[in-house]
Design a protein around this ligand. Structure first.
Ligand SMILES: Cc1cc2nc3c(=O)[nH]c(=O)nc-3n(C[C@H](O)[C@H](O)[C@H](O)COP(=O)(O)O)c2cc1C
Length: 360
């Protein structure tokens, strides 16, 4: 291989690795990755090829720079005269060969999205969704779909009466290890109200702002987009009117959406699960899907459910740590719960209910 061949090879490799940097950069952006090894290595590789190329071309580079800086040009290193036709033929051959090799490598190694097949055995829509929402490089074509724009990052009820909550960080309870060890789903509650401090701490553990500079919260959220809204159906909290409240994490306050006794309604929408009416409060988690959808497209439904799980566990552990009991509820009449909260069930829908109360 002559030095000339090597030059062309390096140019081709630089271009190919540059292309790979671009593709992996797009993937990094598409999935909101904070670290993506392929992108990093592609960048290093590209830098090495470009550097090698510059080293081999140092005479030309120096001559060019000298010319640009106005110094007298050194005698050009003259290439031996060649037949132009032979040179073009060689270049064309090299370009074709490299394109072929590049195409083969990309086609062989890029994990293309598989065609979605219905599982042979009885499966539900969730199984199909799971297959369909797997990432692949060809999923980049999903970028062409209109997934809508970024909506408002949080919900507020400007006209609702506000209830400021006490500082949640003062209270102390069981350690994390103890809380994990003794946590159980508790469905029998004493007829004793929660204090406002206890409610404050529950809500802070669920969705409280723990890093005010960036608005980061107690539970993780894909892309820090926070699609989950939190409603509190208050049955028994000392000093708090019965009713349905919305939690505003940034102000750490409650917004009263409706006043009234909702014990019978929550049991009815909870398919007759009595403990929803005997708890001190029922926390209802909803998702505003578009907050995640504009960014994560078909991964949205996975992410909002996972986030609800994170929040649910924080609520369980906070309740346990304070000596109270909690129970997760996934079995409920969706439309009835959405109606109770006054959400439309499409843009925003209920995902999860957690009852919390003093242990009987
Ligand atoms: C997603 C999910 C949905 C649940 N739904 C209900 C429910 O509708 N009613 C109920 O009584 N318990 C429900 N539970 C609580 C489980 O029954 C409970 O976690 C399980 O029995 C294990 O007991 P433990 O939580 O005490 O460890 C649910 C739990 C999860 C994680």
């Amino acid at each position: 291989m002559t030095q000339r061949d090597l030059n062309y090879l390096l140019i081709a490799l630089s271009l190919l690795s540059g292309l790979y940097v671009t593709v992996t950069g797009a993937v990094t952006d598409l999935f909101g990755l904070h670290q993506f090894a392929f992108h990093r290595y592609a960048g290093y590789l590209c830098a090495v090829f470009v550097l090698l190329h510059l080293v081999l071309q140092r005479d030309r580079v120096t001559a060019y720079l000298r010319g640009r800086l106005g110094r007298p040009r050194r005698q050009e290193v003259s290439a031996p005269p060649r037949d132009e036709g032979v040179r073009r033929g060689r270049r064309a051959f090299l370009a074709a060969a490299l394109t072929g090799i590049g195409g083969f490598l990309l086609g062989r190694w890029l994990p293309l999205r598989r065609a979605v097949e219905l599982p042979a055995e009885p499966a539900d829509l969730g199984a199909l969704y799971h297959q369909w929402s797997k990432p692949g490089y060809s999923g980049l074509s999903g970028v062409l779909t209109d997934w809508g724009s970024m909506p408002l990052p949080r919900k507020t009820y400007p006209a609702a009466p506000k209830v400021p909550l006490p500082d949640p960080r003062r209270a102390r309870g069981l350690s994390l290890e103890e809380a994990v060890e003794v946590r159980r789903s508790v469905r029998h509650y004493a007829d004793v109200p929660l204090t406002l401090e206890e409610l404050s701490r529950l809500l802070h553990a669920a969705q409280g702002i723990t890093e005010p500079r960036f608005g980061f919260r107690a539970a993780p959220s894909a892309g820090a987009l926070y699609p989950i809204e939190l409603y509190v159906v208050v049955h028994r909290v000392a000093g708090l009117e019965m009713g349905i409240y919305h939690y505003a994490p940034h102000e750490h306050q409650l917004e009263r959406v409706q006043s009234g006794d909702f014990r019978a309604r929550i049991v009815a929408v909870g398919i007759g699960q009595d403990f929803l009416g005997t708890a001190g409060v029922c926390l209802v988690l909803t998702a505003v899907f578009q907050r995640t959808r504009w960014r994560y497209r078909e991964r949205t439904y996975r992410y909002v459910l996972l986030e609800a799980g994170h929040i649910g566990q924080n609520i369980y552990l906070a309740a346990t740590s304070m000596g109270m009991g909690a129970c997760a509820v996934g079995a409920f009449l969706d439309d009835a719960v959405n109606e109770l909260l006054g959400v439309d069930g499409e843009q925003e829908a209920a995902l999860y209910i957690l009852s919390v109360g003093k242990r009987a």
